[in-house]
Design a protein around this ligand. Structure first.
Ligand SMILES: Cc1cc2nc3c(=O)[nH]c(=O)nc-3n(C[C@H](O)[C@H](O)[C@H](O)COP(=O)(O)O)c2cc1C
Length: 187
């Protein structure tokens, strides 16, 4: 089983990265192969809106550090998306990445029952963290997981809340959720 994690926080040891690592480490004990991509340490552009992926090319024509990430999405079984909430949404790094997944959508996506250029049935795990209470930003998660559902993924989520920007946030409850999620998704 192949798992990739796309880390949207600039903080490599922040809340979302640590929760994602908890999931990946548990998955590895069950034999999964995992790869992590830290967006903040990569060189890439956002979607250029050229729409060549809808006319002349089956993939994004931009060739940069996101190219292997987009390729890996297609070939992986479980996709982990981890991002903090910044200004009521995902981080800029994550949004730039997510816009590029437009290249994974088929030209006839509005009518095609399988609108994405990937096999349906992948599992997607959304991990987000925020300073404010749990009730806030549910709509952000719904928005992005909605797209993942459109891509044919079975979606799951872990949402950390009440998390400051300090280095030692107590994430025990959310780590437990991540390990349980690995047991559930990897088996
Ligand atoms: C620029 C910036 C914007 C933020 N905006 C919000 C926000 O709108 N709502 C919120 O609840 N927390 C906000 N936060 C707090 C982070 O979401 C929170 O500290 C999160 O746990 C950080 O995740 P990380 O440790 O994975 O980087 C913001 C933090 C930063 C640095």
């Amino acid at each position: 089983m192949k798992i990739i994690a796309i880390m949207g926080s600039p903080r490599k040891n922040g809340v979302t990265s640590r929760i994602a690592k908890g999931f990946l480490e548990r998955a590895e004990t069950k034999g999964a192969q995992t790869t992590s991509f830290y967006l903040n340490h990569m060189d890439f552009k956002g979607c250029q809106g050229c729409h060549l992926c809808k006319s002349k090319s089956e993939s994004c024509v931009l060739k940069d550090d996101l190219t292997p990430v987009l390729d890996s999405i297609v070939t992986s079984d479980i996709l982990v998306f981890a991002t903090p909430i910044y200004f009521w949404d995902v981080t800029g790094q994550f949004k730039c990445f997510f816009d590029r997944t437009w290249s994974l959508v088929k030209p006839d996506y509005t009518t095609n029952p399988q609108p994405a250029r990937m096999d349906p049935g992948k599992k997607a795990l959304w991990i987000s963290s925020q300073g404010e209470e749990k009730e806030k930003y549910k709509e952000v998660v719904d928005k992005y997981t909605g797209f993942l559902t459109m891509f044919g993924c079975e979606t799951h989520s872990i949402r950390a809340f009440g998390m400051g920007d300090g280095p030692d946030q107590e994430i025990g409850t959310f780590l437990d959720q991540a390990k349980n999620m690995a047991d559930q998704l990897v088996g």
